[in-house]
Design a protein around this ligand. Structure first.
Ligand code: ZN
Length: 312
């Protein structure tokens, strides 16, 4: 016999009946609930991310985490769901990823990939077009093993590699097997990564704004204002920043001033699968045409005035 505080005797048979009733009510409630959810949309469904809250949604991804120990700490204290993308080639990366996951943050693998120019390579472990298939795949596996609980992947640099369909296909097929999502950082407008991801049925998304090409809080705040406008227009925006003091200061101010007007979400909430329609005025479902000079990086309208060659 169990006794409640009000001294009502409930025998186990009654308890079982109540449990069944509770389950039934839960089931009925789920039927009556509005047909929206944060889960990944089904392939072929209307693929614009939906929300039951009307506020425009912004996902903030912080790249290059792990390169400078402790640089991410301030971002974990902002009180919002930042998504951290960790470089795999550092010894502490696995432990740091685990710590961030324990704190409830979403983490990604920030996969080092061939930039436009050799001299931009800033560490070991880059996937390049020169590697043979076996070496390429071994290195990819090695990096994936560094972060077994990562939710998705984006490229570190990668302006050269992301223009190559065959190389992207190798990566994306492997990510698909592990049900990892892919974010195309679009460090170059001729990236085929998002197109290839959609073709292969991956859950994918594209970066809308880079926050900190210029390392001042004022310019990061301008980028965040642009991101808010993008989110108001298309319902959501994906921004990428780096663990820099100016980015942290600007985010703190943005959250204080705009936090109630936007909903900050983990990146996985803004993913979609399949072939959505034109997005943000640009049709990403068409294979990007290579221009006469594919080596010239360009950025979206809001990035153009801030762009530097620092992160290709
Ligand atoms: Zn990076």
């Amino acid at each position: 016999m169990l006794r409640t505080r009000r001294n009502l005797a409930i025998d186990t048979a009654n308890l079982e009946r109540w449990l069944r009733l509770a389950l039934l009510l839960g089931w009925i409630a789920s039927l009556l609930a509005p047909a929206v959810s944060d889960a990944e949309p089904r392939p072929g469904a209307d693929l614009q991310p939906r929300t039951r809250i009307q506020r425009p949604r912004i996902a903030i991804v912080i790249d290059d985490v792990g390169a400078k120990p402790g640089a991410e700490v301030g971002f974990t204290q902002l009180g919002v769901p930042i998504t951290f993308s960790l470089l795999p080639q550092y010894r502490e990366t696995a432990a740091l990823a685990f710590r961030l996951q324990l704190l409830g943050f979403e983490t990604m693998l920030h996969l080092p990939a061939q930039p436009l120019r050799e001299r931009e390579v800033d560490g070991p472990g880059f996937l390049t077009l020169r590697q043979g298939r076996a070496a390429f795949m071994r290195l990819l596996e090695h990096h994936l093993r560094a972060q077994p609980l990562a939710r998705g992947v984006n490229l570190h640099m990668g302006s050269r590699l992301s223009q190559d369909s065959a190389a992207m296909a190798r990566i994306l097929e492997r990510l698909k097997r592990s049900k990892l999502f892919f974010l195309d950082s679009r460090t170059i407008h001729t990236s085929v990564a998002y197109y290839e991801a959609l073709q292969r049925g991956l859950v994918a998304q594209v970066r809308d704004h880079f926050l900190d090409h210029t390392h001042t809080s004022a310019s990061v705040l301008e980028m965040l204002a642009d991101a808010r406008r993008t989110a108001e227009t298309q319902g959501f925006a994906v921004v990428i920043g780096h663990p820099l003091p100016c980015t942290l200061r600007a985010l703190r101010q943005f959250i204080a001033e705009h936090g109630s007007h936007v909903e900050l979400v983990p990146l996985s909430k803004l993913m979609h699968r399949g072939l959505p329609g034109p997005r943000g005025g640009e049709d990403f479902t068409r294979r990007p045409r290579r221009r006469a000079s594919p080596q010239t990086p360009t950025f979206g309208p809001s990035d153009r005035r801030q762009h530097s060659a620092a992160h290709h």
